[in-house]
Design a protein around this ligand. Structure first.
Ligand code: FDA
Length: 283
């Protein structure tokens, strides 16, 4: 294993499906549900996209066979969005259909802003066909997201709210953390008031504490939202919230295409770069 692959293991549950499912079992034992993500994005051939679909179909089989508490998350560019939208729709539709047959759920991750509208459009088509077996993600750093939350809340769509992990220009995205938090809070309020099921995906203690207080004050049932964390981050907070009877889910990425995901995680915190440099010298 290369030194970088070794370091990526902090954020990635392993390269294989069995390794990832073992990580899921350990989290389930702590009452933490999961969302399995087969790492991959920006495929450049139809064959790769078809392989990704088949891998997700096998993953849904494995989740059912092992009786673990997990749904799946996927990226549309992993399913050929850049190659042909109809081709991509057909692949994702097959995955959502299987999830529906098994009483499970597929989350469409949100990628960079070049894909926001296309992801929402494809989500709406899938939601119309499969209802609550599919959900999407909105990013609080985008100026447009509050409006998107209003529109998607109005149709009762299940939404994961996150801050956003891509490099976006100031013309379309907030940069100041207070602005991002403010947008995040408005979106969660809009969606919960509209009756949507919301994934509150953040490791930000301020937002987690705010969400606990606001939902209690507004009598939002704990069944209407989940706290969501990335694998390898704030594990003890996740377990603590689960012990307090909140619904908690960890996003568990696995597979060999871990580099872009790893780089996004490194960019989020200066300390991570030191952790990598230190790790490279230790290996
Ligand atoms: P913030 O970055 O302010 O971090 C708060 C604290 O959390 C930090 O002080 C630190 O303690 C810890 N922390 C956060 N990130 C860390 C890191 N990389 N390494 C070490 N510690 C860290 N984005 C996106 O664009 N599309 C998507 O579909 C998703 N999906 C998604 C699912 C889930 C379940 C989560 C939790 C997040 C995402 N994201 C995402 C990523 C998200 O947009 C965002 O980049 C990260 O969650 C970091 O933002 P926080 O809200 O955690 O706050």
């Amino acid at each position: 294993m290369s030194a970088l692959a070794y370091l990526a293991r902090r954020f990635v549950a392993g390269e294989t499906m069995p390794a990832a499912v073992e990580a899921v079992k350990a989290l389930n034992q702590k009452n933490v549900m999961t969302s399995l993500d087969l790492l991959g994005e920006d495929v450049t051939s139809r064959e790769e996209a078809i392989q990704a679909r088949d891998a997700y179909l096998a993953l849904l089989e494995k989740i059912k066979a092992d009786n673990v508490d997990s749904n799946v998350s996927l990226k549309l560019t992993q399913m050929g969005l850049d190659l042909d939208e109809e081709f991509c729709f057909a692949l994702v539709d097959a995955v959502v259909q299987k999830a529906k047959d098994y009483g499970n759920f597929v989350r469409l991750d949100m990628e960079g802003s070049a894909y926001t509208q296309r992801t929402i459009d494809m989500f709406k088509r899938l939601f119309q066909k499969h209802g609550n077996h599919v959900g999407v993600v909105l990013q609080a750093y985008l100026h447009r997201s509050e409006e998107d939350a209003r529109a998607l809340g109005a149709i009762g769509a299940p939404i994961r709210v996150c801050k956003g992990a891509y490099k976006e220009p100031t013309s379309i995205a907030y940069k100041d953390m207070d602005d991002i938090r403010h947008s995040y809070q408005s979106m969660v309020q809009i969606l919960l008031k509209a009756g949507s099921k919301v994934g509150i995906a953040t490791h930000d203690d301020k937002l987690v504490n705010w969400a606990k207080g606001w939902t209690k004050e507004n009598n939002i049932p704990t069944s209407q939202f989940e706290f969501q964390f990335l694998y390898g981050l704030k594990r003890s907070l996740a377990i603590k919230l689960a012990a307090e009877s909140y619904q908690v889910r960890a996003y568990v990425p696995f597979g060999s295409h871990w580099m872009p995901y790893f780089i996004r995680r490194l960019r989020e915190r200066k300390e991570n770069v030191f952790f990598v440099i230190k790790g490279l010298f230790e290996n």
